[in-house]
Design a protein around this ligand. Structure first.
Ligand SMILES: Nc1nc2c(c(=O)[nH]1)N[C@@H](CN(C=O)c1ccc(C(=O)N[C@@H](CCC(=O)O)C(=O)O)cc1)CN2
Length: 287
């Protein structure tokens, strides 16, 4: 078999960020304000702190003004809602994201429901997920949107092909299944209660793994030549691990998105892209 292809999200995201930076610089030169992104971090999860720092840095580098609110681990739902309300009302803020996961005492549903749908740059509100389900224009969740952009950039055909999604989360599994279906793929979603998941996964031309379990997927899950998208990210003693055991699947796959350097950078890119979209809508600029 020919050598598998590595789907390089790091490089694609860098290219796209350059294009966004140029577009933002153009409108700024015409006298428009800077796009504003509010990032809400609650608690002391170390991984979340890294992602938030990376998001703010990426925003700043392309000309989006990041503003953050950092709340302590013991915050209440009401505390978070107050911050969301402030950003909802602030005309300088185009996008609001609440970093997930939230501490267990906070009602995630209630917090997400408070974010104005036109500022929901994570695409996680019921309004935006409903629009996605109906095939209407809205703001699309970042990781799924990044996965589709990565597949498109590498000319990976979806229409008529069999896609299997491992995981059914609101952040990734559910919306990526919808997007793949909209691209005419035949989609199956499997999850923790699915019997014999390997047997179903082995039918996949495109396998998207968002299970949250390090090295869950091994060669037994892979149809020879399959395109495998690894969404997992886990901090092990020897660095970052994905949900896919890269060494064990490598001889069977046709293409693989690596961890790190695959889907992660695409997630941040799509957050910036959604903020740019929200900004243009707020400023009445053409899309
Ligand atoms: N509100 C949200 N919360 C969470 C989301 C999200 O999209 N919105 N997704 C994940 C975490 N996440 C973004 O928040 C995220 C994870 C990983 C990366 C990334 O760039 N990873 C790098 C490695 C970086 C490192 O850890 O050293 C890579 O894969 O190359 C970006 C964003 C859960 N929460």
């Amino acid at each position: 078999m020919t050598e598998p292809m590595l789907l390089n999200g790091q490089r694609l995201a860098a290219e796209m960020r350059g294009q966004l930076a140029a577009q933002i610089a153009r409108v700024r030169a015409q006298g428009y304000r800077a796009p504003g992104l509010a990032v809400i971090l609650v608690g002391d999860d170390p991984a979340s702190a890294i992602y938030v720092r990376n998001k703010k840095r990426a925003a700043q580098e392309i000309g989006i003004e990041p503003v953050d609110a950092v709340l302590p681990q013991g915050s209440t739902t009401e505390d978070v809602l107050r911050v969301v309300d402030q950003f909802n009302q602030d005309p300088a803020i185009d996008g609001i994201l609440v970093q997930m996961p939230l501490p267990p005492q906070i009602e995630t549903e209630t917090v997400l429901a408070r974010v104005r749908p036109d500022k929901d740059v994570d695409g996680l509100t019921v309004t935006n997920l409903g629009r996605l389900t109906a095939g209407e224009e809205g703001l699309v969740p970042c990781t799924p949107k990044g996965i589709l952009r990565l597949l498109e950039a590498y000319d990976i055909a979806l229409a008529g092909r069999r896609a299997v999604v491992v995981g059914r989360s609101r952040l990734v599994g559910l919306p990526v299944a919808l997007l793949l279906m909209q691209r005419q793929a035949t989609v199956t979603v499997i999850h923790s209660r699915t019997p014999e998941p390997e047997t179903i996964a082995r039918q996949a031309d495109i396998l998207v793994v968002a299970a949250g379990k390090p090295h869950l997927v091994t060669e037994d899950w892979i149809k020879p030549g399959a395109v495998v998208i690894d969404v997992g990210i886990h901090r092990g003693d020897h660095g970052l691990l994905g949900d896919v055991d890269r060494e064990r699947v490598w001889s069977r796959v046709g293409a693989l998105s690596p961890v790190p350097g695959g889907v992660g950078p695409m997630t941040i890119l799509e957050l910036l892209d959604n903020t740019w979209t929200a900004y243009r809508r707020h400023e009445g600029l053409s899309e």
